[in-house]
Design a protein around this ligand. Structure first.
Ligand SMILES: *Cc1c(COP(=O)(O)O)cnc(C)c1O
Length: 395
């Protein structure tokens, strides 16, 4: 990107977001958030039991089309438990992306597994089905329906693809490759609430998927997460494991395995219910912001990342791909000095101290993108929600 274009970009961002410091992504609370929080306090149900948790789970299930949804305290906890439910055990390996947020790798480490890093596609920024097939063909054997790594002898227990910034990856193809090897897929859909492949919501392709409602995500519960699945047995197990594995009983405390206190408090769920009521409007506004960026970059020679054909993005974080690392750094420097927050994509997991010994496939596209991708401010702009008449309890 020519430095001559930098002031014009600042002008474009300010045309969308106005004056002052512009954060990358901030939450909006312009619906029933306050009311539902007050309801919780008035009812005395603020903690891990309460009607809002169930309502929030039902709303997420209805929105995504997943049969079951189990709320958790955050997205990392959701992924930890989902991996355990997919069968991941201590000493296993899990195929994933080096181009992801740290939570993905933290969760699979908590589950006792080691990541093997597979490359992403340059267009989707997500796991590449071709790279996956290439690596499995060269490195995996199937014995009694289970895949093993020929080099380490370890079991390959799961695959965790991640829909980066809400751009759907080629998930059906990834699942098809994994099916051939008997590898369950757990989708890290933390960033992709509201993103679809055709008319099917991301996170409903694998055996299980997880969402996040951290403060910077499309909707927030302050902190929170969700496990979604179509499998009733797994859903029951998810609820059991995330609620200390207590055997239901009116007064006795008996637990039948080592579970977790990963429950989402009712207060946080109340926030989530109010946010879900406004999600369709938020997605429409975010798509409009993206359209304005797309118009700006049209003909500039800079690639504004778009969802691939047949998919719909939630436009969680808008992203551009610069010519090289120097161009990226120049843009980051300029925009942040101007009070417009931009940031590079994550440092590759394969370059972090904890994971640099892990096996990988060369990660050519991951390295290429790491040096070039920049996120632009992507919040719902102030006042934009007012354009949508709000029907209480709607959506
Ligand atoms: C946000 C996020 C998570 C979950 O994060 P929490 O902060 O624990 O909710 C997991 N994976 C990815 C890729 C994320 O962006």
């Amino acid at each position: 990107m020519q430095p001559e274009l930098f002031p014009a970009l600042i002008q474009q961002v300010r045309a969308i977001y106005g004056d002052g410091f512009i954060p990358l992504h901030r939450p909006v609370f312009e619906g029933n958030e306050r009311q539902y929080l007050v309801d919780c306090i008035d009812s005395n149900f603020v903690s891990s039991v309460g009607a809002k948790v169930t309502e929030f789970e039902e709303r997420i299930a209805a929105f995504t089309g997943a049969k079951y949804a189990v709320a958790t305290v955050n997205g990392t906890a959701a992924l930890h438990v989902a991996l355990q439910l997919a069968g991941v055990q201590r000493g296993d390996e899990v195929l994933s992306q080096a181009l992801t947020f740290i939570a993905t790798c933290n969760a699979l480490t908590y589950a006792g597994a080691e990541p093997v890093f597979i490359d992403v596609d340059r267009d989707t920024l997500g796991l590449s089905p071709e790279a996956l097939r290439r690596w499995l063909t060269a490195n995996a054997d199937v014995r009694e329906g289970q895949a093993y790594n020929r080099t380490t002898g370890k079991r390959i227990a799961a695959c965790v693809p991640m829909h980066t910034f809400g751009f759907p990856l080629r998930i059906a193809e990834v699942v098809a490759v994994c099916d051939e090897y008997g590898i369950p897929v757990v989708e890290d859909a933390a960033e992709s609430l509201g993103s679809y492949v055709g008319s099917q919501h991301t996170g409903t392709f694998g055996k299980l998927a997880t969402l996040s409602f951290n403060g910077n995500k499309v909707i927030t519960t302050g902190g929170g997460g969700m496990i979604i699945t179509d499998d009733e047995v797994l859903a029951r197990r998810a609820k059991h494991l995330t609620t200390t594995a207590k055997v239901p009983h009116p007064y006795e405390f008996v637990h039948d395995e080592v579970g977790y206190n990963y429950r989402l408090p009712n207060l946080n769920a109340a926030l989530g219910c109010a946010q879900m009521e406004r999600l369709p409007e938020m997605l429409a506004i975010k798509a409009e912001v993206a359209r304005r960026y797309a118009d700006f970059f049209e003909g500039s020679g800079i690639r504004f990342v778009q969802p691939i054909e047949g998919t719909t993005a939630n436009w969680w974080l808008n992203a551009i791909v610069l010519e090289d690392e120097a161009a990226r750094d120049a843009l980051l420097e300029y925009t942040n000095a101007q009070g417009v927050m931009t940031r590079p994509i994550w440092r590759l997991m394969s370059r972090l101290e904890m994971f640099k010994h892990c096996q990988h496939d060369g990660l050519e596209n991951s390295h290429w993108l790491e040096a070039r991708v920049v996120n632009l401010p992507s919040s719902v702009p102030d006042g934009a929600m007012a354009a949508f008449p709000h029907v209480a309890g709607g959506a």
